[in-house]
Design a protein around this ligand. Structure first.
Ligand SMILES: [Mg+2]
Length: 228
């Protein structure tokens, strides 16, 4: 099967989110005089837990934005208000653009082969749009769908449906959804009836009986696609 449409997740698929998150939380904690590797790791775990809850529909994106700083600052005894921490973090994040090494080359190759490509990302609209603008990827993308624009997030298939629509894809069996997350990306692919490609560079164990491709390098994706 040659696939002719590609949907790409952004964070930890195109962008090095681990690096961006560390950079931004370090900046926030430095302002509060509370920067340390332990405090940064605490934020990472709080944030990951809340994003999983967001995917399950247990917390809204707007609530998550501040709640992660309420929890962090309460544990660290920081005097900055959680609202200020949240705003500062997103300001840093909107300006931090660390692409993974193969991302630009893969997206450029897809564009050269005239494969329609959309980015489908869970995140805050102005932050994700700004980072994509800074990344140099935008000229090669045919559509960008950010969860906050819809008020829904992956694994909800509505994001995939909108991206396919914007790409003019009438046959979803010809589409691939590529991403690093089983709970958002592979679940969204499954819910939307498109083929998933799990980007798994750290070679995490694969769950049993899941019908998606698995790649450890983004460029391997190029073997799966062909212009119709
Ligand atoms: Mg991701």
């Amino acid at each position: 099967m040659a696939y002719a449409y590609v949907l790409l997740d952004a964070d930890d698929t195109l962008f090095d989110f681990v690096k961006a998150e560390r950079h931004c939380i370090h900046g926030v904690l430095e302002r509060c005089g509370a920067a340390s590797p332990q405090a940064e790791q605490l934020f990472v775990s709080i944030n990951q837990g809340l994003w999983r809850r967001l995917e399950r529909g247990e917390v809204s994106a707007e609530r998550l934005r501040v709640l992660r700083f309420e929890e962090l600052f309460a544990k660290l005894g920081v005097s900055l208000s959680p609202q200020e921490g949240a705003a500062l973090y997103l300001q840093f994040l909107a300006e931090s653009c660390f692409l993974l090494p193969e991302a630009l080359g893969v997206v450029q190759t897809l564009a050269r082969r005239r494969i329609p490509v959309a980015v489908v990302t869970n995140g805050f609209s102005y932050v994700q749009h700004r980072r994509l603008q800074l990344s140099g990827l935008l000229p090669y993308l045919n559509a960008v769908v950010v969860s906050q624009d819809l008020g829904l997030q992956k694994p909800d298939p509505a994001l995939v449906d909108l991206a396919l629509d914007r790409l003019g894809c009438r046959d979803r069996t010809k589409a691939l959804l590529v991403g690093d997350s089983l709970s958002s990306d592979m679940a969204a692919a499954n819910n939307a009836g498109v083929c998933g490609v799990w980007y798994n560079p750290r070679r995490k164990p694969r769950p049993q009986g899941q019908p998606f491709y698995e790649i450890t390098r983004l460029s391997t994706l190029l073997h799966l696609v062909n212009h119709p």
